[in-house]
Ligand binder design. Structure first.
Ligand code: NAD
Ligand code: WQD
Length: 340
């Protein structure tokens, strides 16, 4: 079976490519390299080569934009695609408030073009990368899939709008099988240290920021707020190892093969850790190099957010296996090995 991964050279896409290839699937990637590097292709191949011999027929990368219909036509004509996982998108919350047109254009148009070409080629299995951000500040924890949704920024709204588009599409044509995966906070890296999260510039997210403080690339972490309604006053999130998250996509693809219709799944661990928990766990791994200071709350942040992963466990047979120590170890290993 051949799976198309849009954005397959990015953080979550690259780990998913490794899991799919290792499980015997063929993988085709379309990525415009706006937030990734072509060298990731060779690193994916290098990781997989220890367990499977792969050639050009098993793993192809097209460098280009998902909004480019001609490119999509070429990709679908040249490959017999069985399912699509749509990772490609812009994802920085802060940037989306400054550049809403770019976010709506990139995230919405790419999805519409992709679905149009899929329909033309009669490819009806679709996995979409959504986000816990669609829940906003939930009234209670853990968060279940049927909780009310409502985004507070353009990035989150692109995810919500796409979810609505997918529901309309399914209502019009129920031969589609669609898995909407709402990821919580993916962190960590592949055990090999060859792939991981490597944002351009100063990271917005907690974990890559900590990794750069631990390796001396940045001076000190600012912890945004220590007066939240949480046990230690710092924000609580559901951090999930990116390899566990990647494996969730394999389970979702298997579910699509059973003609599941449209389904929504939270992919999280069900556990909440505070910013201080993460700093302390990371410091155990790196020998105490993460210095921090408290700073004012970051506008738009919520105090607490963690998933109920029960539906994914029950219906996909998936649950996260790796603990916080492993998330920190693999993240630190990647950051230390990175050539930059
Ligand atoms: P990423 O930026 O590392 O990967 C996205 C990839 O898509 C990049 O390689 C980028 O070059 C590519 N891309 C972007 N727009 C494109 C386009 N128009 N055409 C072709 N390629 C394009 O991000 P990620 O963390 O791997 O996230 C993957 C998906 O998961 C995104 O849709 C993101 O919104 C979603 N998500 C991420 C998180 C997270 O915390 N990382 C959480 C929830 C949801
Ligand atoms: C986590 C905690 C911060 C940086 C974002 C998106 C969400 C999803 C995942 C895509 C919070 C604190 C952070 C720092 C800090 N992405 N923090 N100092 O905000 O939960 O979620 O990424 O869909 O949509 O909003 O993740 O890693 O930015 O923050 O104290 O320098 O760390 O206040 O409590 P967040 P994050």
């Amino acid at each position: 079976m051949s799976i198309l991964l849009t954005g397959g050279l990015g953080y979550i896409g690259s780990h998913t490519a490794v899991e799919l290839l290792s499980a015997g699937y063929d993988v085709v990637v379309v990525d415009n390299l706006s937030n990734s590097d072509l060298s990731v292709k060779d690193r994916i191949a290098q990781i997989v080569s220890s367990t499977r011999k792969i050639g050009e027929d098993n793993f192809k990368v097209y460098v280009g934009d998902v909004r480019d219909e001609n490119l999509l036509n070429k990709v679908f004509s040249q490959n017999k695609i069985d399912a699509v996982v749509h990772f490609a998108g812009l994802k920085a919350v802060g940037e989306s408030t400054k550049k809403p047109i770019e976010y709506y254009d990139n995230n919405l148009i790419s999805t519409l073009k992709l679905l149009e070409v899929m329909r033309k080629f009669n490819v009806k299995n679709f996995v979409f990368s959504s986000s816990a951000t669609v829940y906003g500040q939930a009234k209670s924890m853990p968060i279940y899939e049927d909780f009310p949704v409502g985004a507070t920024n353009p990035y989150g709204r692109t995810k919500l709008f796409i979810e609505e588009i997918l529901k309309d599409l399914y209502a019009a044509d129920n031969s589609f099988n669609i898995a909407i995966l709402r990821y919580f906070n993916p962190i960590g890296a592949h055990d090999s240290g060859l792939i991981g999260e490597d944002p351009n510039g100063i990271p917005n997210n907690l974990f890559p920021y900590i990794s750069r403080v631990a390796t001396g690339k940045l001076d000190c972490l600012s912890i945004f707020g220590n007066d939240y309604n949480t046990p230690d006053g710092t924000g609580v999130r559901d951090y999930i190892h990116v390899v566990d998250l990647a494996k969730g996509h394999l389970c979702a693809i298997k579910k699509l093969e059973q003609n599941c219709g449209l389904q929504i799944y939270n992919l999280g661990t069900g556990k909440g850790y505070s910013v201080l928990d993460i700093v302390n766990a990371y410091n155990k791994v790196c020998g105490g190099k993460v210095k921090y200071k408290f700073a004012p709350r970051r506008p738009g942040d919520i105090d607490i957010c963690y998933a109920s992963p029960e539906k994914a466990e029950k219906e996909l047979g998936w649950h996260a296996e790796r603990d916080l120590e492993n998330m920190c170890k693999t993240g630190y290993n990647f950051e230390c090995k990175k050539q930059k």
